[in-house]
Design a protein around this ligand. Structure first.
Ligand SMILES: [Fe+2]
Ligand SMILES: [Fe+2]
Length: 216
């Protein structure tokens, strides 16, 4: 049963995700460093990165419902980019002069995925869960610093979309990962994404001075 498979995959994912999220909460408990506008610029880079990833996948995905899911996601993430950009502008950062960084190892890996099942597992299912979890930590940091406007933007606009992307991913995975080989590929992809993400986030955390920074 593919729905039982998705449920199993969800528990595996949550278990692996908990280490990454615990690192963020630890930063929160300590005297969290991290310049607020630098952290929001991480969000800007992630939002445009995921928008581009979904856009790249869209024309080379045959299944129409997955194709449309990627197209809608590309638009949602572009909207998140604009929301975060507007917040940065309000904080005095010139977003027009901002340029996206080159692909990090996570985006490079994701772009290398060619099958629909791997793309759903990596992008919608895993990256979106990671985003939702790390954004919750980031919102707690913003709230502790009194930046309630950033919290409101995440609460009202960004987080509901990230959750919807993740739920859509679960439904599409249940539909398309029906063979044992596809389910094994999905499982491997989830684990690989979280492994690369954990390493990339640890590296970024030492640069930013906190593990409490947003996702996409
Ligand atoms: Fe998303
Ligand atoms: Fe997003």
């Amino acid at each position: 049963m593919s729905s039982a498979f998705v449920a199993d995959l969800e528990s595996l994912k949550s278990e692996r995700l908990s280490g990454i999220l615990a690192a963020g909460r630890l930063s929160l408990d300590g005297d969290a460093g991290g310049d607020p506008s630098a952290l929001l610029q991480v969000a800007l880079a992630n939002e445009i990165g995921v928008s581009e990833l979904a856009a790249v996948w869209m024309p080379t995905t045959a299944e129409v419902d997955v194709k449309i899911a990627f197209a809608r996601q590309a638009g949602d993430e572009a909207n998140h980019f604009n929301l975060v950009g507007a917040r940065l502008s309000a904080l005095g950062i010139d977003v027009a002069a901002w340029t996206p960084p080159p692909d990090n190892p996570l985006f490079a890996y994701m772009k290398s995925l060619t099958t629909t099942v791997e793309r759903i597992a990596a992008g919608l299912v895993t990256l979106e869960s990671l985003a939702y979890g790390v954004n919750e930590n980031f919102m707690a940091l913003c709230a502790a610093r009194g930046d309630h406007e950033t919290v409101r933007i995440y609460r009202e606009y960004i987080q509901p979309d990230e959750r919807a992307h993740q739920q859509l991913g679960q439904a599409l995975l249940a539909k398309y990962a029906t063979t044992e080989a596809e389910q094994a590929a999905a499982r491997d992809t989830v684990l690989r994404v979280l492994e690369i993400a954990a390493a990339a986030r640890a590296k970024a955390a030492s640069r930013l001075g906190t593990a409490c920074f947003p996702g996409c």
